[in-house]
Design a protein around this ligand. Structure first.
Ligand SMILES: Cc1cc2nc3c(=O)[nH]c(=O)nc-3n(C[C@H](O)[C@H](O)[C@H](O)COP(=O)(O)O)c2cc1C
Length: 189
């Protein structure tokens, strides 16, 4: 599939402009775009066609329990003031989803499956971005809590958490930078 120069430039701009979003407009984004994005996520490359990804679309009740857990984790680590700050911050996240990866006894397969899940997540995030929705990928302490697995209903023996994702319409789009390409490319004859 070969695109026009304009099409290519649009794709490049989509990839370059996507940002991790921290601050969102308050309205709930709904799940329609997310479900479309998940349909696209699964077209990511995956070795041996293991399709190792699972997507948990989180409703209001589960989201509230996740926020409560995040607040309690913060309280235990840093005390009441930090916990209340976290409640304000996490209370402003319009919606969540969770991506997990099926575990394997084979370390190579597990590594390849995790890589495939990361490719799937990027597919998803780019589609969301193109539709006007921002996403933040998080892997903080909350995602390693046994209670988190219980709340979301993830079988910890069978799946590992790739991330807890925040999403919604961006209120602020941060700037980012990357190293020059010359610093990361090694050419060989
Ligand atoms: C595997 C993974 C885990 C991440 N976990 C967190 C996190 O826990 N908290 C956070 O603020 N950002 C997290 N991020 C987002 C990165 O901080 C972000 O991608 C980076 O700052 C570059 O910004 P950009 O995505 O806007 O280019 C994570 C990203 C990846 C790929």
């Amino acid at each position: 599939m070969r695109d026009s120069p304009e099409g290519l430039a649009h794709l490049a701009e989509l990839i370059r402009s996507r940002r991790s979003i921290d601050l969102f407009e308050p309205e709930p984004p709904g799940t329609e775009r997310l479900l479309e994005a998940i349909e696209l996520a699964r077209w990511a490359p995956n070795h041996r066609l293991t399709e190792p990804w699972r997507f948990y679309v989180i409703g209001e009740r589960t989201a509230a329990a996740i926020v409560d857990l995040a607040v309690e984790v913060e309280r235990a680590a840093k005390g009441d003031a930090a916990a209340e700050a976290r409640r304000r911050r996490w209370g402003a996240i319009p919606a969540f989803f969770v991506v997990t990866c099926m575990r394997s006894d084979d370390p190579l397969r597990e590594r390849e499956d995790y890589a495939a899940c990361c490719c799937a997540v990027q597919n998803l995030m780019l589609y969301m971005w193109k539709s006007g929705l921002g996403v933040k990928w998080t892997t903080g302490a909350v995602t390693r809590e046994p209670r988190f697995f219980e709340i979301v209903g993830i079988d910890a023996d069978a799946e590992s958490v790739v991330g807890l994702f925040w999403y919604g319409r961006p209120r602020v789009v941060p700037t980012q930078k990357r190293r020059d390409v010359g610093e990361i490319v090694v050419e060989r004859p």
